[in-house]
Design a protein around this ligand. Structure first.
Ligand code: CUA
Length: 352
């Protein structure tokens, strides 16, 4: 607080920057610009109003001999105090909206990582089938999109250095994306009270240089402790759930990619008896080429086939029947795990 005030009065950019987390993405820089604009404009009006109040209190203090003149309306003044604040708030809205749009729309070439929140840890599942707990491995200078869901209660993914925060909700997917420029460690917090160990539900983004990233993808161990510490929270750890819960670096357990796991699942769970993968018509719609497309439902509603639609169609298929098909698929809610849904979704995505 003291540092903030000193920084404000000196208009010292470095002193001010030290009062917020390090800005490790372009979106973070944009948010900070808007934030400091709001701080300065609030300060401007605060000082202006207090000064005017003091001057008027002194100048017009009680004087029994003077009767002030009555004023009835002043069009000029009314226009000024209507037009200026209107433009100001519209400008702030527009500014916030532009940054918000950048923040929520991931670039099309973003690398996708699935995130499962559970009491009380973060699990990250990568397209190549690897999964890691506590630590999220990403390359620097590449957009990364997190597709997130929860296995139990509502959690919230917060990465202060990237200025992204999003609830992680059971039964549906939410997402955030980021592209960090700063290699090393960036702290993750859970910011939705989710039970006893909520405060221990920590994680780290491990941002790797291109060489380190190639090493990790090829299965080499990364010496995380030798990486640059989080510039904002140097002392934090991945999660502190005790000795039994160290951050796992991730291993290729089966050697199968997510899509390959999904393919095996659609066979072992019998999905392929009713859903073809080549576009031909069986009892249910084919998986081929549906991801990202619009589909017409019984009743005329049109929905886009995305992660959330696939999830709903697995867990509660009767709610949205594709036009022209019988409502014969059984409910799979509770019969498939979070990771199995992720794998099946990636398999359907791969069937272009
Ligand atoms: Cu998970 Cu708080």
């Amino acid at each position: 607080m003291i540092r903030l005030l000193l920084g404000l009065f000196e208009m010292n950019k470095n002193a001010l920057a030290a009062t917020v987390p390090v800005a490790a993405t372009d979106v973070a820089v944009s948010w900070d610009n808007l934030y400091w604009f709001l701080v300065y404009i609030s300060l401007f009006f605060f000082v202006g109003i207090i000064l005017a109040m003091i001057i008027f209190a002194v100048k017009y203090r009680k004087d029994v001999h003077k009767k002030p003149k009555y004023i009835h309306g002043h069009t000029g003044l009314e226009i000024v105090w209507t037009v200026i604040p209107t433009f100001l708030v519209l400008w702030i809205f527009w500014w916030g909206w532009v940054v918000y749009k950048d923040m929520i729309h991931a670039p099309a070439d973003a690398m996708e990582v699935h995130v499962v929140g559970k009491q009380w840890l973060w699990q990250f599942v990568y397209k190549n089938g690897t999964s890691s707990i506590g630590d999220l491995y990403v390359p620097v200078n590449k957009p990364v999109k997190l597709i997130m869901s929860s296995e139990d209660v509502i959690h919230s993914m917060f990465i202060p250095n990237f200025r992204v925060k999003q609830d992680v909700v059971p039964g549906m997917y939410t997402s955030v994306w980021f592209e960090t420029k700063i290699p090393g460690i960036h702290q993750i917090f859970c910011t939705e009270y989710c039970g006893t160990s909520h405060s221990g539900m920590l994680g780290r983004v491990i941002a790797l240089t291109p060489d380190q990233w190639r090493d990790w993808v090829s299965g080499k161990k990364i010496d995380v402790d030798s990486l640059p510490a989080d510039p904002t929270y140097p002392g934090f750890r991945s999660n502190h759930l005790g000795e039994g819960m160290p951050a796992s670096q991730g291993t290729l357990t089966t050697g199968l990619s997510l899509a390959e796991k999904g393919k095996a699942l659609t066979q072992s769970k019998g999905c392929v008896a009713c859903h073809s993968v080549d576009g031909s018509r069986l009892v249910g719609p084919s998986y081929k080429g549906i991801f990202g497309e619009d589909v017409k439902l019984e009743g005329g509603k049109v929905v886009k086939v995305d992660e959330n639609y696939i999830r709903r169609s697995i867990e509660n298929p009767q709610a949205e029947i594709v036009e022209g098909y019988p409502p014969s698929m059984p409910v799979y809610k509770g019969l498939v795990t979070e990771e199995e849904i992720i794998a099946i979704t990636e398999y359907i995505k791969s069937l272009k």
